[in-house]
Each structure stands twice: as structure tokens, then as C-alpha cells.
Ligand binder design. Sequence first.
Ligand SMILES: [Zn+2]
Length: 533
Amino acid sequence: MLAGGHVFTGNRRRPWVEAVAFDERAVLAVGTDGEVGAAFPNAERIDIGRGTVVPGFIDAHNHFLATGESLGSVDVRFPTVGSTADLVGVIANAAMSTPPGEPIRAFGFDHAKYERIPTRWDLDQATTEHPVLVYHVSGHHVLVNSLLLEQRGVPDDAVDPPGGGLVRDEHGRLTGLCLDAAMSLVLPVAVDVGNHGPNFHTEAPIEELVDDVERAGRAFLAAGLTTVCDAQVTARELAAYHRAARADRLPVRTIAMPLSHQIDAYEEVGLAGGFGDERLRIGAMKFYADGSLIGGTAAFSEPYGAHGEFEGSMYWNEAELRGMFARAHSLGWQVGVHVQGDRAMQIVLDALEAAITGSPREHRHRLEHAGFPTPEQIRRIAELGLVTVDQPRYLFDSGDEFIDRLGDRAQRLIPLRDELDAGVVVVLSSDSDVASYRPMDTLSSALSRRSRSGATIGIDQALTLDEALFAHTIDAAYALFLEDRIGSIEPGKLADVVVLDADLTRVAPEELSSIQVRTTFLGGTRVYDGRGA
Ligand SMILES: [Zn+2]
């Protein structure tokens, strides 16, 4: 038993207790030290001391495999890379240690923080002997060098695919920056996803992918995550998770959200989510409505940017979305739809409402990101029983750009308070590797709503500590239809339990990020110990 400290249970009837007892599988008892000690007098006692015990965190929207790839690739995130010159320098460095002809992959560039948008000619200064792929931090765009365009046979007069764009200079030449669905033209992709979403599913041997899964999974355990939902899964990811699980190399409970291009295939085998075991499951089906908030392609009713240059783009028109949601809903799928701007939200809500009222059932359809719902839209979200899966960490990473690009509207981004007040089930998640997967970073941003420069963004929308904890544990389990097994520390639940090294109730919101995980238990087994035991 863990005793003598603060235990957050995730159970709204009794959120804080002093002690918890569990065995090699499940939670046995929670309560005061006296209650739990009396029930299990012979249990080994570990003193919580100044720590805090919480349910294993659940990341309901995370790009698990991509996170593993990014952890094993060239890191070009801000602030490591803060300018075009930095980017060129880092890629040139990588080229020196990469055999000529081998691809160089880098993750996380964020040109909103640069003095200008980098081009393939910049990358060509770093190397002309390696094909170079630099992923945008949003995962929605990629920048490539001239050699890669040549190898992929993409000429200046290539046609923009539906749902995507190839950026050109004033002479009509490709700059190497490919937006949204146009990524599929330049990537050596393993699967064809059409314009169902951004295609970051690049070819790699399955052994490498299993390594990536294990690498990310171990990092998740060290951060206190015990369950992770991959929000965009193709045959490539599912095969890697399945292979990893069979080899006992899948460190966390994993839920896969198949991307919508696979709806026919799943219908053919008779599956509509909600299938699997305690380690690997198939969950909701993932759809895309508009583009990326950080990447500048989210669809707002009024364009954003200092000159209104970001008009936003949709992956589908209204009729197409209606048709897809109606079909997925009637097949029995839980729908998870990427939706950022209020223009996209209106279309999504209309389409989901039509599907739901056409055949009512418990659905828990998910709005992924829900960056800018209007007050009226929030009322509809509550009425329709939709779950919002939000990523407040964006406010830290890109908050200063949001203020520049959206002006006053930035204050109403990710309006968590309004959503809770309206009765919406709010779920916190990371969207890793777009943002940090560390729950302590997510919690810090949900409470402080501060940008990197320290500006507050919609501080009236900040959550309390308890609200944020519920949203990253039991309510995240609800979004995955798993609240009967995980997400809280209650007798009978799987003993996914994390010990943090500080008293959460005494730490200022901005300082939450510095809290480390002491120990992580998965199903009662100690799977991470920060003290190396
Ligand atoms: Zn995502």
C-alpha cells in the first residue's frame, strides 16, 4: 500500500484520500491511512511523503509511433532551432554523420518563429547529397530539399491535390513546403490515405517501427502515462503496435484510432471499434475537417493572420462530411473528428447532428482539438453529448503567434472553462509529438494558460487542479469507453498508479512542469522507477 500522503482518486465522490492498496493487478482499497491499514494490516507500506499519488495518466490524443520516430530523429524544435540559419546548420550537421544517399528526417520545425519561411534552397545549402524531409511541428506540413523533389518526380507545374497545397515562389517554382494533403506527393509513404488526412506514414522496416514504439512507450511511462491513444492509425501503425504487443515490447496500454480511409476495410471484416484487449485496442475512427491551427490552415469564419492571409482549408465539403459521419455512426463507430476553426466546427456540428438524430445511440463522438468553438457552438456540443479532446499545451508553444495572428480571438482559444460550464466532458491530451507528451506540461498549461513569453491567454478559461486531473484521467478514460477499467484509483480498477515527486496541491501552475515521476505502476507492476530501483 501507498500511504501517508495525498492520493487523487479520480472518483468525483471522494477525489482525495490518504492511502491506496493494490495487488499485482487491481486496486484493493482506498481511504484514510487507518481505513486501508486496517483492511490490509500485512501489506508492505510505502510512504508517499511529500509526493502525490494519481491514476496513471491517459493521453487520449497522441501520435505514439510518430513520437517514437521523432525521439529517434533530428530534433529541430523550437528553441533548439529558432531561425532558418539554425535549421540549415542542424541539417548540415546531420548530413556529416549520414552516408550520402540516405534520407535525413527531422521533426518539429516551426517557421512562425523564424524571420522568414525556409525553402528547399535553404536546405540545399545543408546538403545536396541526401534527400531531406523536415516535418512541421503540427505534423500537417513538410519541407523537403531539391534532391527529394527530383527523386519523387514532383515538377514545378505539379497540380495541388484536394485538401493540400504546394507552396510556390513568385516565379511559380516549388519552394519545397508542402501543406496538408500535398505531403503525400513528396513522402515515400507506406500507405495511401488520399485526402483523409495529413500523410506522415512514411516507409520504414517494421523492426524499426517496433523500436520506435518501444522507445516512445518507455518515455511515456517515465512521464506518468499508462494509456495512450494514437489519433491517426493506418495499417503501418497497427502492424507495429500489434508486433510490439506480441513481443512484449508495447510498454503502455494502447488504443488505435483508424484513419477514415479504412472504413471499407473495417466494414468488410465486421469491425467498428471497441475491439481488443487490455494492452491493445481499436477505438474511434478518425476524420479530418479542417487544417492545422499552428500551421495556419484551420478554417475560421474570418480569415486570420496579420493580413488575413490564413483562409483555412477543409479536407472535405459539407456533403462529404455528412455522408461519412452518417455512415460511420450507423456502422457503430465512435467518431473522432479533427476540427479547429469555428467555420469548420459549424460544418462538423451540423453533420454530426444529422447523423446522431438519424439514429440515436450512446456515441461519445469526439471533437479533436476544438480550437475555437463559439459560445453558441459550445451549447450545441453539450446538447449533442460530444466530448472535446483539447491540448492546452499549444498555448505555451504557440501562444505568442496565436496572439499575433488572431488578435482578440486568441483569448477564446481552447475555451475549457466555458465547455465545462456548459456541461461538456472535457478531456486533456498532448497531441505529441506536436507538443510535449508530459502530463505535467499539459496540466501546467491548462492551469496557467501562459505562452512561452509569459503572456496569459484567456486566463478566465483556466482550469483548477482537480478539474485538470479529472480531464487527464477518468474523463479521458470515458472518451475511450474504458472508464470501467482505468482512469481512477478505485477498488476493482486496474492498478495503473503514478507517484509524483511533489505535493501537487502546493505547487504554482507555472511550476507544475518541473514535477517528476517517482514511480509508475501498470496493472500493479512497477514499470518505471525514477530512482533506478
Ligand atoms: Zn493530432
